[in-house]
Design a protein around this ligand. Sequence first.
Ligand code: SF4
Length: 380
Amino acid sequence: MGQDLPSGPLAVYVHIPFCLSRCGYCSFFSLPFSAGALAGYLDCLLQEIGLFRRRLGGRISAKTLYFGGGTPSLLDAGQLQAICSCFDLMPDAEVTLEVNPLQITPRFLQALRATPVNRLSIGVQSLDDSNLEYLGRRHRAAQIPGKLALCRELGYHNISLDLIYGLPGSSPGSVSQEVERFARLAPEHLSCYLLSLDEGSPLAAGIAAGDSAPLPPDDLAADEYAALCETALEQGFQQYEISNFCLPGKASHHNLAYWQSEPWLALGASASGWLPPWRYTNPADLQAYHANIEAERILPDAEECGTERTAADYLMMGLRLMKGIDLTDYQARFGRDLATEKAGQLRKLGELGLLELEQNTLRLSQKALFVSNSVIGELL
Ligand code: SF4
């Protein structure tokens, strides 16, 4: 592999694959938490950062740093600080920590204040206890307003909440009410996900065995999504991506790097990164991850992406954004004129009301958002 890795400030993702218990819908790579296992993992992570520093030619400048998981709020402030201080954070760097609501305590937040973390992404998922029970989450709706108030008191003013829709028994009306309940908490950002179950998840097994209620059919889920978008807008949020809503100026800088095909460094087991022209994924297996780092092997099985693949990824990610993609920029990057190359598909999707081409900007229409993968697939 050549040394042609990107220079300049990077978006950095750090994966922490431990959880206190397993949520019923989870098919992510997540392991039971123990302090010893976490400490061993962090040693390995620090070694991995050291290897990347050598490969990238010195300290790594970060414009965003995102701790995701798993449950990264299992790290104490000292452990978070140890990772943060490995990077030269830009003065305005966005540093996000995904937080389990149950871990929000005065002591936790006070200690966190001493770290560069300046954005919290809280896994609320629902403000309806029957949904929380179905999902296998351990917090309850009544706990959440107090947790949010505590975050505000301790100086956190960039807060994102996760919301899951498409649960059994849900309807467009119940999803609208859920969005209204979330809006009453006045977060700066909402990430809204359709519940989908991979075969490996306990809930999928429960549904197959007839022990758990099944999910709504696709057409109902599509109506729920439409209601969700409409209500979020009524509540003063802007939709800037298929699943993401924010108050003005509060879009996630880190996630924008993914959608705008900017380079990102991914660290930790199962994390996937993009250091053009390389895409890589660390093993979703702790032993294999440790073995790679021991052998000083970073960017495992990296795939070198040529123009074809990079242009396809750019379309796939960029069209998720409401602002769409600028075809002049696309042509400058890839030397291709999409409007000519894909004239037939653009016309057909335009006639179906799924794509909008205005001046040089191509974007999905509102009705295409729920079926974005198939619509974008037509263009690839
Ligand atoms: S959904 Fe998130 S918090 Fe729940 S077990 Fe999976 S990784 Fe952990």
